[in-house]
Design a protein around this ligand. Structure first.
Ligand code: PLP
Length: 430
């Protein structure tokens, strides 16, 4: 970084880029190119042999994307990051990098539906078993672990329950036996820093708060560089045995001259190379634009969401408001421990009138967008029982935290009076 700082507000503006050495351009350029001219045959051979790091082909890396990767790594206090074309690709690669046919992963039950499908169906079909456990008791992770467990996975602030995950507790269980904790921090960037609490890897859907403007799908995998893969060589064969797809490289050894980045380098050199979920340089540029204001936006998202939670809690049409600011007991203690500077933009509430009231409320909204998304600068709303969770029976919906009258909000950056006015008129319409 040209300007050394550990403060997020400065990192998002300065890490990884100062100005174009030829033109002086300040904004990161969009390197809209597929390939890169090698200086000579020795340079080309060194790049392919990883003796030198550099640009080969945009499926493997791109200079615009590289700036985004450096900023995300700096923001998390990590060794390195890798950007991919979606959050889904990030979650899939994060596990496929360690688990092979016959292996398993233990995951929290409280997941985004798309991640659930990926784990319960697609990874299963690929021979990787994901064992789902209730995250409210960290010991459930230990109980579900066996000698072929390669990773733990959870979301920091999963909706609809919005109960913060016990990161340090589960990370500590895994660290004793060589199982890394991978945290999806999509809903809580800036607010939570999972690596500080012992997680080994952080994944993001940058589509949400990081991009922040609802303009680009993207994902990221951030390697903490803080996990001793070599010490647990039996537990982690993928990083400790020769890789036939890369002339027998043993990743923990091969990266030694570069740094503690075996995990993320293996994703770039094998999964990204073979499966090809590379981000477009233009999307990386859009995501960089969003990232520059992320700390500021998160502050306002949190202020607005807490104001909405307090306001909704007093409304007679509502039986329950779900937001960390309204929690108590152990759930609240976890929110206080892991979220700093606010409780996030996501909020749920249960309407006394059930499913019919939920649908009417959504149809009456004028300012809020009715979309299946979170983390936009604009306020968003959805009625999960009739949309995202509609394939599940009512009992199964309730188990995930979705009651018939549950409405999810992603509170945006509009003026708080306009947000409350829209909610007020929609509540009066039910
Ligand atoms: N993780 C979480 C918590 C999400 O909310 C989402 C998308 O909603 C994803 C991952 C998947 O991200 P993407 O839509 O960018 O593939």
């Amino acid at each position: 970084m040209a300007v050394e700082s550990k403060r997020p507000e400065t990192i998002v503006l300065h890490a990884g880029w100062r100005a174009d050495p030829v033109t002086g351009a300040v904004a990161p350029p969009i390197y809209q190119t597929t390939s890169y001219q090698f200086r000579d045959t020795e340079h080309a051979a060194n790049l392919f042999a990883l003796k030198e790091l550099g640009n080969i082909y945009t499926r493997l890396g791109n200079p615009t994307t590289d700036i985004l990767e450096q900023r995300l790594a700096a923001l998390e206090g990590a060794a390195a990051a890798l950007c991919v074309s979606s959050g889904q690709a990030a979650s899939a690669f994060a596990l496929q990098n360690l688990a092979r046919v016959g292996d398993n992963v233990v995951s929290s039950t409280d997941l985004y539906g798309g991640t659930w499908n990926l784990f319960a169906n697609t990874l299963k079909d690929q021979g990787i078993e994901v064992r789902f456990v209730d995250p409210s008791d960290p010991a459930n992770f230990r109980r579900a672990t066996d000698f072929r467990t390669r990773a733990y996975f959870a979301e920091t602030l999963p909706n609809p329950k919005l109960a913060v995950f016990p990161i340090a507790e589960v990370a500590a269980i895994g660290r004793e036996i060589g199982v890394p904790l991978i945290m999806d921090n999509t809903a809580a960037p800036i607010l939570a820093r999972p690596l500080d609490h012992g997680a080994a890897v952080v994944v993001y859907s940058t589509t949400k708060f990081i991009g922040g403007h609802g303009a680009a799908i993207g994902g990221a995998i951030v390697d903490g560089g803080n996990f001793d893969w070599e010490r647990f060589s039996e537990r982690q064969p993928a990083l400790n045995t020769p890789d036939p797809s890369y002339h027998g490289a043993i990743w923990t050894q091969a990266v030694k001259p570069i740094g503690p980045v075996a995990y993320v380098i293996k994703i770039r050199t094998t999964l990204l190379r073979d499966l090809g979920s590379a981000p477009s340089p233009f999307n990386s540029f859009l995501t960089l634009q969003g990232l520059e204001t992320l700390p500021l936006r998160m502050e306002r998202h949190c202020q607005n969401a807490t104001a909405v939670a307090n306001w909704l809690a007093k409304r007679p049409e509502i039986v329950k408001v779900i937001h960390p600011s309204q929690q108590s007991g152990e759930t609240r203690a976890r929110a206080e421990k892991y979220l700093k500077g606010g409780y996030g933009a996501l909020l749920g509430f249960e309407l006394a009138g059930g499913a019919a009231a939920g649908k009417k409320f959504i149809d009456a909204l004028k300012l809020f967008y009715h979309v299946a998304n979170i983390g936009d600068a604009r306020s968003l709303a959805i009625h999960p029982a009739s949309t995202t969770h509609s394939q599940l029976a009512e009992e199964a919906q309730r188990a995930t935290g979705v009651s018939p009258g549950y409405v999810r909000l992603s509170v945006g950056l509009e003026h708080i009076d306009d947000i409350l006015a829209d909610l007020d008129q929609a509540l009066k319409a039910i």
